[in-house]
Design a protein around this ligand. Structure first.
Ligand code: FES
Ligand code: FES
Length: 153
């Protein structure tokens, strides 16, 4: 099938097998390796990307879903050479250790902040509750997202 959509702010047209997921499309079709393959069955959240500003699990959603939508991956968080405030906050607060969960965490956080720019700690925890991390213990991740929420943008 032919797919046309917006990828990280740029028009994208590509061919993909009908059975491909969004994760297959990103990693195998387009060579964007920032979106990670964790469980492959919708449990870990590490494959989270945004479709029209909403988080989706790229391993569960068929590639056809992105047609005519705006897809954002971790590669698209940076703009004009400037890191997204979420990326800066994660780096400054040590919210990433091995980094495997980090793209999905940051995109889940981005979706939350787009919808609710000043979330409570509870709302941050809830928004990230589907993103598993083996390293950080979550506290620094929550801190980083709250720091972005409370800083002027
Ligand atoms: S790889 Fe998609 S949820 Fe785990
Ligand atoms: S930083 Fe290693 S899994 Fe989250």
């Amino acid at each position: 099938m032919t797919l046309t959509f917006t990828l990280n702010g740029q028009p994208c047209a590509t061919e993909a097998p009908d059975h491909w997921t969004v994760l297959d499309l990103l990693r195998d079709g387009l060579g964007l390796m920032g979106t990670k393959y964790g469980c492959g069955e919708g449990v870990c959240g590490t494959c989270t990307v945004l479709a029209d500003d909403r988080p989706i699990r790229a391993c569960l959603v068929l590639a056809a879903h992105v047609r005519d939508r705006a897809l954002v991956t971790v590669e698209g968080l940076e703009a004009d050479g400037q890191l997204d405030p979420i990326q800066t906050a994660f780096a400054e607060r040590g919210a990433a250790q091995c980094g495997f969960c980090t793209p999905g965490m940051m995109l889940a956080a981005k979706a939350l902040l787009l919808e609710s720019p000043t979330p409570t700690a509870h709302e941050v925890r809830e928004a990230l509750s589907g993103n598993l991390c083996r390293c950080t213990g979550y506290a620094k991740v929550i801190e980083a997202v709250l720091a972005v929420a409370s800083s002027p943008r």
